[in-house]
Design a protein around this ligand. Structure first.
Ligand SMILES: Cc1cc2nc3c(=O)[nH]c(=O)nc-3n(C[C@H](O)[C@H](O)[C@H](O)COP(=O)(O)O)c2cc1C
Length: 353
């Protein structure tokens, strides 16, 4: 049993009991000093002489750090820690046309360098989001990115129309969820289906830009990237979780009720960096939102150097709600130390051997 005193607990969905080990995010910076009796420490306010603004598919973000879909809900809980206007944007929890309860628990399991989840798109449905969550988010100054998943291309189309009419800033089309039976990963692993979903989404999104979220569970990610770019995607986000599994050797049962789940957290960062680099090389003009294991400024800088215009922080938020703020400041510090006048100068600036 883990030593409970040493762990940070995140009360999330009612079926979940999320336990992330200290240092699970894998770096000394991820372990902020803790004041006695408190779980997390607010980072000191810092100012930097670099321009932190970036543009993603024509949407201006005041800084390049957004939070990853499914790890930040609709911002309500984290909004108790800080003003969400500190963030560049929020990718909201994945929406479906109708409300979903998600998969049965256990649906979160720790791994040495991250977590496995099989949450399965628990969400209130697109109409409830527009009615109740979007107005709340609009009280803050940040880009609102709606993340959607459909069972059919038509469902993606209907949601795009509703969300575009409601005025979200960007639509993130998830074709890469490993935890649902219909649609989900099937769209993200077959170029022709990925292209079909993208063109339907574009046809119904009006002026709202469409960003397609790619799966790492493929042999060649550039093949899918090219297919969705050809179908009109305005941006790409990557990576979603990698399929994984854990087994309890005593009971011989998989830890997750769904048997398998999606791996996220520091373990996946090198995979994300490699895939962002490959996609950026294949499609140099395509804006990329990079994610996967980002927990500190240096992680985000790697993704930007590989070709991302902005980055998303996901699993790290569970261990430290302030992780996106620390990543934002760490990134600005790196740019400043390297003598850059803007953080966006990092994008694609890797010098491969
Ligand atoms: C608990 C959990 C729920 C997630 N839900 C979604 C989702 O609804 N839609 C989506 O596109 N990605 C979802 N993801 C994937 C993340 O947005 C992100 O792509 C992935 O976790 C890698 O980033 P990270 O290592 O920083 O968490 C989820 C991830 C986690 C851990």
């Amino acid at each position: 049993m883990p030593d409970r005193k040493k762990f940070v607990y995140l009360p999330k969905a009612k079926n979940d009991f999320v336990v992330i080990g200290r240092g699970a995010a894998g770096s000394p910076e991820q372990e902020p000093p803790r004041a006695p009796g408190s779980r997390v420490v607010r980072p000191k306010k810092r100012s930097f002489a670099v321009d932190q603004s970036v543009t993603l598919a024509g949407v201006r973000l005041k800084n390049p750090v957004v939070v990853a879909s499914g790890t930040f809900g609709f911002g309500r809980e984290y909004g108790e820690f800080y003003d969400l206007s500190e963030l560049g944007g929020i990718c909201c929890k994945g929406l479906t046309l109708h409300r979903r309860e998600g998969n049965p628990p256990p649906r979160i399991a720790e791994t040495p360098m991250g977590i496995l989840n099989s949450v399965g798109l628990q969400n209130p449905g697109v109409d409830a989001f527009i009615a109740h969550e979007l107005p709340e988010l609009r009280r803050h100054d940040l880009a609102v990115i709606a993340n959607i998943s459909g069972n059919t291309p038509e469902e993606y189309g209907i949601m795009c129309e509703k969300l575009s009419d409601a005025g979200v800033d960007l639509i993130e089309v998830n074709i890469s969820c490993p935890n649902v039976k219909a649609g989900g990963l099937a769209y993200g692993t077959r170029p022709e289906l990925a292209a079909e979903v993208t063109s339907v989404a574009k046809a119904h999104a009006g002026k709202t830009p469409v960003m397609v979220k790619l799966s790492p569970n493929v042999t060649d990610i550039t093949e899918i990237a090219r297919a969705v770019a050809g179908a009109g995607a305005d941006a790409l986000s990557l990576i979603n979780t990698l399929r994984g599994m854990r087994i309890d050797v005593n009971t011989r049962r998989p830890i997750l009720k769904m048997n398998t789940g999606g791996l996220s957290g520091p373990a996946v960062l090198p995979v994300a960096v490699r895939m962002v680099w490959e996609v950026h090389n294949a499609l140099p003009g395509m804006p990329i939102l990079g994610m996967g294991g980002v927990a500190k400024g240096e992680d985000a800088a790697q993704l930007m150097l590989a070709g991302a215009s902005a980055v998303a922080v996901g699993t790290a938020c569970f261990a430290d709600p302030y992780a996106p703020i620390r990543v934002r400041d760490g990134l600005a510090e790196i740019a400043q130390r390297q003598g850059l006048d803007k953080v966006s100068a990092l994008t694609g600036a890797v010098k491969p051997w």
